[in-house]
Design a protein around this ligand. Structure first.
Ligand code: VGL
Ligand code: ZN
Length: 210
């Protein structure tokens, strides 16, 4: 595929806490790293997101009395899944996997910094009040088409792709460069169906090999 400066690759949350052995591990999450590295040379414009929570973040079950990961609470009017403590600012778990090629990244967008609201999407928090600046950054560079990959398919990847679509970007999901956390076994499949039915194109990395 020809390189175009109108396209961007968005790499979502490829951090140790979402990889096998991490606090919120996505099964086989490490398998996507070579795939992402292989597609990066096809892009002139690459950005990444980084889940970046203060330790008092209210998405952590440990910050509520008698709550366990996986339970749902109401957080300022928004339904919130409670998670294990993960991606705490400045910790090893919040850093990107060392095998992930970062040499051509234009910028890293951190999210989840407000302790009172979670942020699955790389564009906006879950209340759609906070904006990371990613949309303006892409628009300022004339990006029209976005390709989304990373972790986790059924949370941050899905919400990043859906927000991208709603902002008017022509949006592609690279299926073999993402894995689901699957709190429920079918969450990954459901995420793909939802994205596809909204108009996101589902592709594989082989798309870039011609
Ligand atoms: C994520 C749950 C909590 C993700 C981040 O990157 O998909 N999931 N924080
Ligand atoms: Zn998080």
């Amino acid at each position: 595929m020809k390189k175009s400066n109108k396209e961007a690759l968005i790499i979502v949350d490829v951090q140790y806490d979402f990889l096998p052995g991490g606090a919120l591990a996505v099964s086989e999450g490490d398998q996507i790293i070579p795939v992402i590295n292989q597609i990066q040379p096809h892009f002139e414009f690459i950005v990444a997101t980084q889940d970046w929570h203060p330790k008092e973040h209210l998405s952590f079950a440990a910050n509520h009395s008698e709550k366990n990961p996986g339970e749902l609470i109401d957080l300022d009017g928004i339904s919130q899944v409670l998670w294990p403590v993960h991606c705490v600012q400045g910790t090893e778990g919040a850093t990107f996997h060392e095998g992930l090629d970062r040499s051509n990244w234009k910028r890293i967008f951190q999210k989840g910094t407000n302790p009172r609201v979670d942020s699955y999407s790389g564009f906006f928090d879950n209340a759609r009040r906070g904006d990371t600046g990613l949309a303006a950054f892409l628009q300022d560079h004339g990006i029209q088409r976005i390709f989304v990959c990373g972790l986790a398919l059924d949370y941050c990847v899905k919400f990043t792709a859906l927000d991208g679509l709603s902002l008017g970007f022509d949006t592609y999901l690279i299926q073999d460069a993402t894995k689901a956390v699957n709190l429920d076994a079918k969450d990954g499949e459901k995420a793909l169906d939802e994205m596809s039915s909204q108009g996101i194109q589902l592709i594989d990395s082989s798309y870039f090999q011609s």
